[in-house]
Design a protein around this ligand. Structure first.
Ligand code: DGP
Length: 113
């Protein structure tokens, strides 16, 4: 656990955040500043700074598996959704604990790429 990391605290249950998904390796919870009707953050329990922080394959797999479960549970698997991992300051990463944004439930328009 990294000191003063808000997502470590959430993943540890310290803040009482309601989880929408949990397994041995990851948790997921609603973004406090939602950008779409469905906006869930998928967060590994262990602290990694971002996607280029030597993240073990099993953690990446667990995150992908969580996305699938959440998309089905939230009813956006069929309509489509977007997964974003902001990486570093230029990308606007504000919480420096690896996370995926899962966004859906509205027309998200064309992507950036
Ligand atoms: P990013 O820019 O990719 O680092 O986005 C971090 C997201 O995390 C941002 O959309 C707001 C969300 N967030 C930050 N702190 C908290 C928190 O304490 N609880 C919840 N639910 N979301 C948080």
């Amino acid at each position: 656990m990294a000191e003063d990391c808000i997502f470590c605290k959430i993943a540890n249950g310290e803040l009482g955040t309601e989880l929408v998904y949990e397994d041995d390796l990851v948790v997921a919870f609603k973004d406090m500043n939602p950008q779409a009707p469905v906006h869930v953050l998928v967060v590994p329990k262990r602290h990694y700074e971002n996607i280029i922080d030597d993240v073990p394959a099993e953690v990446l797999k667990a995150m992908a598996d969580a996305v699938k479960v959440i998309a089905e549970k939230e009813g956006i698997a069929e309509s489509g959704f977007r997964v974003i991992m902001n990486t570093g300051d230029a990308a606007g990463q504000t919480v420096h604990h690896l996370h995926m944004h899962v966004l859906g439930g509205r027309d998200l328009g064309e992507g950036l790429v």
